[in-house]
Design a protein around this ligand. Structure first.
Ligand code: PLP
Length: 408
């Protein structure tokens, strides 16, 4: 008899993106002449930067030769890429890391889910609300969430992020062992300052907790008081794993490459109470269960880690920032309360007149044919908010805001 992992049966169905697609499609079918503008999408636009395309072409040419052909590589990634990441992404921030602390991945999503393989089931998990849904679901699959009770998981400590606390969660009453933080944040578009992140690093160290820090949107940071890496906070190498991605930095959502930093100074405890380093455990997990990132994607990632690569990618990010400005200002002009959008491609807006997230979604679709993302899809605290994304074309952001001003 085959026994399944019954934890999977506990997963809550996520209707968010299917429901958005269904409602949008139904509207378009009923109004074939309508021109619907989509500001809900969290995916980047092409094309990739020229340096990346050149590097990928060269990598393909390598594969066409006997001398430069690449077969199986190190699962944790080649030394040349790990060293380049340290030199380019961390040394300039005054952070020193060893190549063995850098693990190349196929993007942040996989490692954010897989990391808990090396952590015991009885760790108490704290997760911000609203949140990128993968943190919760992967802990449900692992069996760490307990049971669903009305509107929350019994064993997950939720950390509300609201305008009242400046979207920086307050320290919880129950001490967690594992804390997920994401800055700049999806979906709220806000980012933690040095002081806010220091509060969490100090707390994690005092309580021997581990922070899993999701820095997927690091490239969008513009504010001086927002750290680019959690390791800019003293002591963070003793309590934090940082997960990064080339997806939003360089448009790699279809190329797939990211990396995870697991410092050698991180320790956990075995069932027998022995102190065990996390770095070798993660290396073991990666070498056993991960196939390694493709050579072509790794060469593409390397190309972004150069002055010219950075410049080309920052041009695209500047375009997204410009779109975010248009959306933020447009929403403010019609009297909405908006948050984020400075250090992030996302703008988080409070729905007017006490409308629910889905009521406002329908209202926008029906009156101005603009699609946003209902905030409640990201958690209980997202109710009464919607998320707008700046990843579309500037002309779309402009037209959408014009329609809102003209008709709402
Ligand atoms: N983390 C956050 C907060 C995200 O929003 C996303 C994707 O949208 C990811 C991680 C996953 O990124 P990747 O494409 O690197 O898997």
């Amino acid at each position: 008899m085959i026994h399944i992992n019954s934890e999977f049966l506990k997963l809550r169905q996520s209707y968010l993106f299917t429901e958005i697609v269904n409602r949008t499609r139904a509207y378009e079918q009923a109004h074939p002449d309508a021109h619907v503008l989509r500001l809900g999408v969290g995916d980047v636009r092409g094309p990739l930067a020229p340096v990346v395309i050149d590097a990928m072409h060269r990598a393909v040419d390598d594969m066409a030769t006997v001398e430069r052909f690449h077969g199986y590589g190190l699962e944790e990634g080649p030394m040349w890429l790990r060293q380049r990441i340290i030199a380019f992404d961390y040394a300039r921030l005054g952070i020193s890391l060893q190549p063995e602390e850098v693990f190349i991945s196929d993007g942040a999503g996989s490692d954010l889910g897989n990391l808990t393989d090396i952590l015991g089931l009885h760790n108490r998990v704290a997760i911000t609300d609203p949140v990128y849904p993968a943190y919760v679901d992967t802990n449900v699959m692992a069996g760490r969430a307990g049971v669903w009770q009305d509107d929350h998981w019994s064993d997950i400590i939720l950390l509300p992020c609201t305008p009242e606390n400046d979207f920086c969660p307050a320290l919880p009453h129950v001490v967690p062992d594992l804390i997920y933080l994401c800055s700049p944040n999806n979906p709220t578009g806000t980012a933690m300052t040095f002081a806010q992140l220091k509060m969490w690093v100090d707390y994690a160290r005092e309580n021997h907790a581990l922070i899993i820090f999701d820095g997927a949107y690091e490239a969008f940071i513009q504010s001086e008081d927002v750290p680019h890496s959690i390791y800019q906070i003293p002591g963070a190498t003793e309590c934090a794993i940082e997960v990064r991605s080339f997806s939003k930095t360089a448009g790699f959502t279809g190329v797939r490459c990211g990396y995870t930093i697991v410092p050698k100074a991180l320790y956990g405890y075995s069932d027998k109470g022995e102190k065990v380093a996390l770095n070798p455990l993660w290396l073991r997990r990666v070498c056993t269960k991960y196939n390694g990132t493709s050579y072509i994607a790794e060469r593409a990632a390397e190309a972004t880690l150069s002055d010219e690569g950075r410049r080309q990618n920052l041009d695209r990010i500047a375009e997204y920032h410009h779109n975010a400005d248009i959306i933020r200002q447009g929403l403010q002009q019609i009297g909405m309360q908006v948050y984020g959008g400075i250090d992030s491609p996302y703008i988080w807006a409070r729905t007017p007149d006490g409308m629910s997230s889905w009521q406002y979604f329908d209202h926008l679709l029906n009156t101005v044919q603009v699609v946003c993302t209902p905030g409640v899809g990201f958690g209980k605290q997202g109710e009464g908010f919607v998320r707008f994304s700046a990843f579309g074309l500037t002309s779309v952001a402009q037209e959408a805001m014009q329609r809102l001003k003209d008709k709402l």
